[in-house]
Design a protein around this ligand. Sequence first.
Ligand code: ADP
Length: 659
Amino acid sequence: MPLSHSPQPFQPKPQETWVKQSFWLLPGALSLVFVVGIVIWAEWNDAKVREAHRQTLVADASSVEAQLSARLDIERARLHDVSSQLAKRPERGDAILARLPEVVAGLDRLWSTLTWLDDDMQLIGRAKRGAPMRDLVSDELRIQTNESSGQAEHIDFKMVDSNGQFRGKLVARYEITDLLKSTDLVWLNHRYEVNFISELGEVIATTAQSTKPPQGLPFERPLSAFKQTTLRLTPYESLASWRLNPRILALLAGLLLLGAAASQLTRHEMRQVRRAIEDTQNEAAWRQSMEDSALVGLRARNAEGRILYVNKTLCDMVGYAREELVGVKPPLPFWPPDAVDAMMARNLRTLAGGAPSTGFETRWRHRKGDLIDVMIFESRLVNSSGDHIGWMGSIIDISERKRLEEKDRQHTDTLAQHARLNDMGLLASELAHELNQPLTTIVSYSAGLRVALTKIPTLEADVLAAVDEVHRHARKAGDIVNWIRRQTSRSDPLRTLFDINTLVAEVIELRQRQIQRIGADLTLDLANTACNSLVDRIGIEQVVTNLVRNAADAVAGNTGSRRIGVHSKVVAGIAHGGQAIEVTVTDNGPGLQGRTIDVLCSTFYSTKKDGMGLGLGICRSIVESHGGSLSAQENPGGGAQFTFTLPTNHTANMAQATL
Ligand code: ADP
């Protein structure tokens, strides 16, 4: 588990871009670009060399032509020499020509014939080569001429006398092959095979050697000296093109192969890496899913208590996002604010290794404010080297278990309270039984005492009044005791027709002292019409008593005014269209604070330190047993307002009204 940072929640792997996927092509592509670059450079270089070569060929061809022209110029100069010699001599005809050494030399050198014409272009004489021509050319340039080609050219020279008069013409005819044979082209021999081509495409002369065939491309150019002859230079060495260099080709091929191999290797490596990444991502996803689906919250903390990792369960438990928790150190945001000191002390104990191995319970606060009970098991967190680097906590939410335990406890309490109530009922029944006799005795004796006292003429009126009070209270106590006995003995309720207003007034009178003791102002506002109802008088008295006592308890906590109001009024009847009396007890205490009558009437529901939580429940059952109802609401002026209704006896009311 990586603990230096929190693992991010698993996210689907983003699609790799085409560029990233094709990264492996890079080495091959680079080597290809490199090779193409070299090829372009070599081609460019070849073109440059070819151009230089062509320039050389052109220059060499021009040199050949210039050499031939120079040669013809020399021959013309020789004709001039012959002309000068002839001008000095008187002879005419072929013989003189044959005798002149310049003519012999010319014929021997080049000329095939020399013709002498007069100014009318009539033949004067002619000399013709007899002996085979002497080879003037060095052995190095052995031109083989094609005797059969027979292409001939001529040069002529106009003869003029000292006065500038045209005297005739010398025409020297020569075979082109002879001219070529006698021209020194040695300097070309090393580099080219030189060919002279006739207009018919026949090779007139060549320097071809059987031992050394030319390799290069031929270069041809027409010779301006002779109209129908072409000069062809064919280099012995072909141009060294990179394309024909096997080493360069092998090098380039090797480079391409290396690039391709590097690409393949990269591709293989990329696949391996991608597979490894996928495996890691899958593993992380699985681990994340497992951790998130666990019911146990997990958190890892370093030695100083800073959170390194939390799983989803823990985040859900406390309502904070992973990012909000990771990196946080104590006090943690889910600690209840009122328990931070205690939590901090326990945290220090845990970090010091003092957490119980059996786990401990604590209470955290959900972000929304709810408290949650958790059970924490802390264990040592070690890294791959086995060093203790922090604490790993497993947290279980035990709120539900706690709630069930609490419910169970409340249920047990309720059972115990019921048992106590039962005992109390038995005790009340016993007490009522025991008290009945002395109270009856007090009532009889106080009645007898009153009769006896009335016979004393000097008796103070106060004494008689005191005896009357004793008698009245003893009777009231006796009635209550009898009522309790009836309730516990399940005998039928004893109901009498009674004016509820009178009943309420009597109860208030009895409660007056308690009301005065707490300094409350009492407002009594009773309906001024007869409100007779067939009731269990003691039971209804208990209802009014309980409501007034609760009102007194409610206002007792007021720091300001304490007000209690008791009102009654006649309202429309609950059933059969009759009438009913409605009695309302109000106060300016804390009010109901959202609680309904059902909650307030629940058995044993009480907010008082010494309350039993039975009063309102009993009141409601007494009122409802009379066909009436009990309700509670907020007093519009502040505090609470309890109202009960009882159906009234119309006939009795009418009868009382007519009296
Ligand atoms: P007890 O008086 O023993 O608590 P009751 O059944 O009479 O039992 O009353 C139940 C609860 O109803 C009280 O504990 C109190 O919280 C609430 N209560 C009753 N009367 C009033 C009142 N006038 N104002 C506010 N709360 C009241």
